[in-house]
Design a protein around this ligand. Structure first.
Ligand code: FES
Length: 522
């Protein structure tokens, strides 16, 4: 409802050109320009400096002199800059200026904040994303709706399906739930949105098929295996239309994700995190998230087809022998891919016991990762092994345990895939682990590191999201494993990773490898 207030005589305003008055919490700027009178928020929507100090240009463009944003006072459009300036309706009655200072309805403010958020994402403007999410919340919006909105609207813009932007989002939501302060909570909401924006920046829409077929898990697996996206998505559309439960769909995705040693574990991780994201944001994101997940698995690189891992399908095809002795985690350190596969297939013990051993071996390998490898500038591209190749052993392990607990038939493939990880990273280890990374107070370690995530200081989301995902995965595995050697190694490995500076860009290495490659092309 309108709320008109008398803002004083017209003539006095015209004499002075502009005037600021307060209405509730708002400072309103009145500007007279010839016969026209404008009212707008006096706080610049960029950083809040006073527009009363701005410069009025022809015909009615107000420039904020702090950073040169320009606002058309007749249309309210931001001509240069981003966020929109709020204008107020003005009338002249009996030679006085009247201004309608009524609040814009909450739903309208929320809708506008979401529209503006899309614009901020299109510009990859992090600061504006934070402001628009804060505006949406200040207007009474549900705190997770901006993330929900971005997940829904950007799903088809990931050309090759979901990325870590979706995978880390549920971990950010969980972090936000335990945040102590309002700015931390806002950080946890903006970070996944900014990651989605980053990963889909300037990407057109790659529409999913609208076709629908009745759900059939076997046909879905076949469509994914044959990289038939329209076929797989049509079946998924059918499942969603017919109300097939997420509980029923989950094992189908788990099987597809572990059908190959693929994408260095990304598919299995994504197949967990996609469902966690739906749990966190609700059923309205189920379609976009699952279609994007299916696309990512279809496009996943199947490393078990390259010579390095060719033994994997052969070992998998054999029945596990379980005839050997049990093995300690240390006995896996330094073994080649083939030797690791052999040892996993012959070692005695339950699947869960083998998992514990392989996870601990992965943590030990992380403690022994030779950081010089991450820094090299003059070796072949096959030696481009980074911290993230090691952290994925643990985040993949976390996904493996959860998938296989729900779908036990996947244990053998998943354990052998963990063996592939271990063997692949074996050539890049130091002779011994650094004992200094062991942690005395595990609870305090997690609390401190979680708090640190709110101010990680890393611009590229691919690096920051790995910190979030790694800490979440390890915390879950420690809670599951209980006290003991496995947890001690997991926490120590995480401690080393989180407290070692990572080289974020390899310009010289890439130049060296480009020259070698082009030279070899002839
Ligand atoms: S505060 Fe006005 S342009 Fe930056």
């Amino acid at each position: 409802m309108a709320q008109w207030i008398d803002a004083g005589p017209v003539e006095a305003l015209k004499d002075r050109g502009r005037r600021v008055f307060k209405a509730g919490r708002n400072q309103i700027l009145l500007i007279a320009s010839g016969e026209r009178i404008f009212a707008c928020n006096n706080r610049c929507p960029h950083e809040g400096y006073p527009l009363s100090e701005g410069t009025l240009g022809a015909p009615c463009t107000l420039t904020c002199n702090w950073h040169n944003w320009k606002f058309d006072l007749s249309s309210g459009e931001t001509v240069v800059g981003g966020d929109q300036l709020r204008l107020y309706p003005v009338e002249v009655r009996d030679r006085n200026v009247w201004v309608d200072v009524a609040d814009v309805p909450a739903e309208q403010r929320q809708r506008r904040a979401l529209e503006n958020l899309e614009q901020a994402c299109a510009d990859n403007d992090y600061e504006r994303m934070a402001r628009e999410v804060a505006r949406h919340e200040r207007a009474g919006g549900e705190p997770l709706e901006p993330l929900r909105h971005m997940v829904r609207t950007r799903a088809a813009h990931f050309e090759y399906g979901m990325t870590h932007a979706y995978a880390a989002a549920p971990d950010w939501v969980a972090l936000g739930a335990i945040a102590h302060a309002e700015d931390e909570r806002l950080t946890a909401r903006v970070e996944p949105i900014a990651h989605i924006a980053w990963d889909t920046l300037r990407q057109p829409e790659f529409p999913f098929t609208q076709a629908t077929k009745s759900w059939d898990a076997t046909a879905f697996a076949a469509a994914i295996e044959s990289e038939d996206e329209p076929g797989a998505i049509a079946l998924l559309n059918g499942a969603l239309t017919d109300g097939v439960s997420l509980r029923e769909l989950k094992p189908a995705f788990a099987k597809a994700a572990l059908a190959h040693y693929q994408d260095f574990g990304h598919s299995a991780i994504y197949a967990r995190k996609a469902f966690e994201l739906i749990d966190a944001l609700g059923q309205t994101v189920a379609g976009p998230v699952l279609r994007s997940l299916a696309r990512s698995i279809i496009y996943a690189t199947r490393e078990d087809r390259i010579p390095e891992f060719r033994a994997y399908p052969q070992v998998l095809a054999k029945k596990p022998q379980g005839s050997g002795a049990t093995c300690a985690a240390e006995q896996f350190i330094g073994l080649s891919v083939n030797s690791t596969l052999d040892r996993v297939s012959t070692m005695a013990g339950s699947d869960e016991a083998k998992y514990r051993t392989l996870l601990e071996a992965s943590a030990i390998a992380m403690l022994r990762f030779d950081l010089a490898v991450d820094l090299h500038t003059d070796r072949a591209v096959s030696h481009n092994v980074r911290w993230l190749d090691f952290t994925h052993m643990l985040t993949f392990g976390n996904a493996v345990r959860q998938h296989c607990t729900e779908t036990p038939e996947l244990w053998q493939a998943a354990l052998l895939q963990m063996a592939c990880f271990l063997g692949r990273n074996a050539p890049y280890l130091l002779p011994a682990a650094d004992e200094n990374w062991f942690v005395a107070d595990v609870a305090q370690f997690f609390a401190h590191q979680q708090r640190a995530l709110f101010d990680h200081g890393i611009r590229e989301p691919i690096f920051s999201c790995h910190r979030v995902k790694m800490l979440t995965a390890v915390k879950e595995e420690v809670a599951w494993a209980g006290e003991g050697s496995l947890s001690r190694h997991l926490v120590a490995a995480t401690n080393r990773y989180l407290n070692t500076p990572i080289k974020l860009h390899h310009a010289l290495r890439m130049a060296h490898q480009a020259l070698s490659f082009v030279e070899a092309e002839g």
